[in-house]
Ligand binder design. Sequence first.
Ligand SMILES: Nc1ncnc2c1ncn2[C@@H]1O[C@H](COP(=O)(O)OP(=O)(O)O)[C@@H](O)[C@H]1O
Ligand SMILES: [Mg+2]
Length: 317
Amino acid sequence: MTPNILAKNLTVSLTVKAEGLSKRFGELIAVDEISFSVAQGECLAILGPNGAGKTTTCEMLEGLIAPDSGTIEILGLRLDSHRQELLEKIGVQLQETALYKKYTVRETVELFASFYQQPVTIDVLLAKLDLSEKQHARLEHLSGGQKQRAYLACSLINNPQVLFLDEPTTGLDPQARRYIWDLLCTLKGEGRSLVLTTHNMEEAQALADRIAIMDRGKILALDTYEKLLERYCGAKVLSFELSDPAHLTSLRAQLAWLAPARLQGERCEVEVEQASDFLQQLIRAADHLQIKIASLALRQSTLEDVFLQITGRKLQA
Ligand SMILES: Nc1ncnc2c1ncn2[C@@H]1O[C@H](COP(=O)(O)OP(=O)(O)O)[C@@H](O)[C@H]1O
Ligand SMILES: [Mg+2]
């Protein structure tokens, strides 16, 4: 295969391509020169704290606001020149949905169906989202999870190949959240591309093939969960508390690998590669120096550790 053919095939399988996207609101740079792509059947999670620029990014991808600079291609078409055509093909779930709460689930979905030339069969869609029994309930009478499923039904009414979901499970209890996760996995399994934003690291880990870590308008890292952990942290975090935190200095003088350790309140945390070796060294050094360790734990690194490593701040306050 010649390189040209290979490049062409790669382009075809990309469903979303954003290059150098920026958006300002007055003085504030909400999104700052971000670039990424999403392949067919892939889920990209944009993970970041409140104010990172996630919703602004989504709204640009959805054609709701225009970027100040940069380009967006969806399904091989430029969004700026093919907006109407693309709106028929993409699904959008907004972070805050101002749907009329007195409408029933069915009426709401019917309203959305009327916007499209080729909507899917409503009964089939409602059954897929486990909403058949609730179809005549008003939105205002639904639980958080049911409401979210109703919004998802609206975003799926045109059988979209690409789906944008802005914080699809924020505010839901763990059970309702898992239910939505399962639905999203099914949608991905059907070959759709998903771009979802979240400030929840478990959500990113559970759903995403790749994760873009976003903060203050910039994408600071973008890779698979495993690669992000590998690049930015050790596999494990050794976490301990000393009876007197001032003693950390003496321990550091003995154990070079404690140098990058950071304090989380009273807890001291450090990423480690050879966990059991370091654990033993720490206990021995503390014993030797007569320093009391109040608590000690070894845990798996998480995306929270990656975020902390990159930004120096916590993702989840
Ligand atoms: N329409 C707007 N006018 C002014 N500032 C805005 C507007 N929309 C968003 N912002 C600001 O842009 C930044 C990014 O916001 P947003 O994209 O909503 O972040 P996120 O979804 O990650 O919480 C925030 O500082 C927010 O206050
Ligand atoms: Mg948002």
